[in-house]
Design a protein. Structure first.
Length: 316
């Protein structure tokens, strides 16, 4: 497709929702990196002024360097750990994401995973469908109301999870890079200590190098054989091999996982385990929210190329 000054060239760096793709194609000259050969990508690279991506898609320093005219990277998602924001900033390239619009859905889903895992809803569904109920009652499960909740990462989503947990009279504590002055919840500076003091450990922190494998054997052992791990953050924040071993050995009670280390590949050893709930990275996956995310990702690009202030630039 021939580019014109009225239609800036945009690189599509990840598989994006149809609604967003349609809006991008209506307003920009789009080049799909997921289908271009290396030679074809090199040919269009000098004209690329924007990149539309997802938070977990790798947009590295080396990748950014391939586009000399690049001005903005618009991320579909609240997380942007796949983007080397430091490298972008050094070049004066803007990076935007889609916060706020998905907070409620992700918080709702965190509680869904917590409840489903504690009460073994998926196992109970199979039990009822299979006719096993005729042979006797389902095993007793874990009570949620009044239990102890630890949240790792008390940002927008973490706070929304805490508000929902409060409705279940849960005793709420949290671990963060620093304590927050505007919340009533107990701050615990040491993650291992927090894990040892709660029944449910919910992960809602950002991904990236700073949090990679933060949930390790020490943390899982502190959580203990009656504790549950719930992850709606990034698969990278958990040492997945160590988690599998802990589940196999009964060193934690169970887990609810919406994210994985190498999506969409779920390790076979993990998939075979009975004491967990697995979902396909769908915490923000409602029609209303994904449409709002798509609109915000587009609107950031449109604002930039129209000379208007960005709606949601990532923090510098």
């Amino acid at each position: 497709m021939t580019s014109t000054s009225a239609r800036p060239d945009i690189l599509i760096a990840a598989a994006l929702p149809p609604h967003l793709m349609q809006r991008l194609q209506d307003h920009f000259t789009c080049h799909d990196a997921t289908t271009l050969s290396d030679a074809a990508l090199a040919a269009v690279a000098p004209s690329i002024r924007g990149i539309a991506s997802k938070g977990e898609t790798k947009v590295s320093r080396e990748y950014i360097a391939r586009f000399p005219a690049l001005e903005i990277i618009s991320v579909f998602g609240v997380g942007y750990d796949g983007v080397d924001a430091v490298a972008a900033r050094e070049r004066g390239i803007e990076v935007t994401n889609t916060p706020d619009v998905l907070t409620d859905d992700v918080a709702d889903f965190a509680m869904t995973l917590l409840l489903s895992t504690a009460r073994r809803v998926v196992d109970a569904d199979r039990f009822a469908r299979s006719g096993e109920w005729k042979k006797g009652p389902f095993a007793l499960t874990t009570k949620v109301t009044g239990s102890r909740l630890g949240i790792v990462g008390l940002g927008r989503i973490g706070k929304a999870i805490a508000r929902r947990a409060a409705a279940f009279d849960m005793e709420i504590s949290y671990h963060n890079r620093s304590p927050q002055s505007d919340v009533p919840y107990r701050y615990v500076a040491d993650l291992k200590t927090l894990a040892g003091e709660v029944d449910f450990l919910v992960l809602s922190m950002p991904g990236g190098a700073g949090t990679r494998a933060l949930i390790n054997a020490e943390v899982l052992d502190a959580l203990g054989p009656k504790g549950f791990l719930i992850n709606v953050a990034r698969g990278s924040v958990v040492d997945e091999a160590t988690l599998i071993k802990a589940l196999q050995e009964g060193r934690i009670a169970g887990a609810g996982l919406d994210v994985f280390e190498n999506e969409p590949n779920v390790p076979e050893a993990l998939a075979k385990l009975p004491n967990l709930t697995l979902t396909p990275h769908m915490a923000s996956g409602t029609v209303i929210t994904r449409t709002a995310m798509a609109d915000l990702a587009f609107d950031n690009l449109q604002a930039h190329f129209s000379g208007k202030p960005l709606l949601t630039p990532v923090p510098r």
